[in-house]
Design a protein around this ligand. Structure first.
Ligand code: UDP
Ligand code: MG
Length: 320
């Protein structure tokens, strides 16, 4: 029997998405109707609007809708993780709640899965209507990650993909609290394939990724996958040392072989600023890694659930 068949789980992280969810669920329902067995698992990531209420209503209306509601905002990646924890399907598809990831692409993803692929990533085609700033920052981000780490992240690979059950199980074994899903999945291997799609506009509401959240995601992506920035200090230090040697030689030459020796203020200030700056950068980098080690050592759960129609008490997952 082809192991790539069976129940389909769709995992949707949602933070303040009350207007999008009813439309999303009805579109998902019609896309998934031809499949025998499916569930729609929506993770309410500490919304402060009526998302939870909307979910309760939807779950009464559609038996396939299951939901988890976090006790506060734990972030997109934690919501995905909770979804993977509680999904019961033979494959899990995750997509955003704002309909930027068209549900109509799902049958194509499932088709690839039936053909034997374990990971099917939906890759966003470059979208000229996005703000230039967002396009540029995302391009730099992917390029930067590819350069500083050993992970081959494809540009446009957001969190819209299908994972086979065995990939989900493997992912659930990762104990790190900071989980950068995109990098992790690319790192994991298995038989991967890709499908391109044109991203739609956000259906309602504003982006829930503030600059701060994007910055955090980027730092997490980098520091989870590489320690190369730490080596930067060695390289910079070496560079500084070379510079000091040359500069020292020049100063000595001026002192012994020329008449104009009373210069100095500018160079001293420049040197202090230069060295100070480099030291601060390096302390910052080391601090980030140290903070990360501190986070991981505590082994706190990635999320806490306060309400759900599938689990009936507040649960924390050991080691997460
Ligand atoms: N999201 C979440 N928690 C957060 C921020 C976002 O669960 O703290 C969800 C959000 O509801 C959406 C998905 O993550 O389903 C992607 O967010 P968004 O569409 O705002 O990001 P963008 O498309 O602007 O990058
Ligand atoms: Mg979006």
């Amino acid at each position: 029997m082809n192991p790539h068949t069976g129940k389909i789980s769709v995992v949707v992280p949602a933070h303040n998405e009350e207007e999008n969810l009813p439309v999303l669920v009805s579109r998902l329902e019609s896309v998934l109707a031809p499949y025998e067995d499916f569930e729609i698992l929506i993770v309410d990531d500490g919304s402060i609007d009526n998302t939870l209420y909307v979910l309760q209503q939807l779950s009464h209306h559609y038996p396939s809708v299951r939901y988890l509601s976090f006790s506060r905002n734990f972030g997109h990646q934690a919501a995905l993780r909770a979804g993977f924890d509680h999904a019961t399907g033979s494959c899990v598809i995750c997509l955003d709640a704002d309909l930027q990831h068209p549900p109509e692409l799902i049958p194509t993803l499932i088709g690839q899965w039936h053909e034997g692929h374990d990971v099917v990533c939906a890759i966003r085609k470059p979208d000229p209507s996005l703000p230039l700033m967002k396009r540029k920052t995302s391009r730099w981000f992917y390029r930067f990650i590819r350069t500083v780490s050993d992970v081959n992240l494809e540009e446009g690979a957001a969190d819209f993909r299908l994972l086979d059950r065995k990939v989900v199980e493997s992912l659930n074994q990762f104990k790190e609290t900071d989980l950068f899903m995109r990098g992790m999945i690319s790192w994991m291997g298995f038989r991967q394939s890709r499908v391109e799609y044109q991203a739609a506009e956000r259906y309602a509401g504003k982006s829930k990724y503030s600059f701060r959240k994007m910055f955090n995601l980027a730092t997490m992506g980098i520091t989870s996958f590489t320690t190369k920035p730490l080596y930067l200090s060695v390289v910079l230090g070496f560079g500084m040392f070379l510079f000091a040697l040359l500069f020292g030689a020049e100063v000595l030459y001026e002192k012994y072989f020329t008449a104009n020796t009373v210069s100095g203020w500018t160079t001293i200030v420049l040197l202090i600023v230069l060295i100070g700056g480099i030291q601060f950068i390096m302390m910052g980098i080391i601090g980030i890694y140290l903070g990360k080690a501190f986070q991981e050592v505590k082994k706190r759960p990635s999320y806490l659930i306060q309400e759900s129609n599938i689990v009936d008490k507040v649960v924390s997952v050991e080691g997460w």
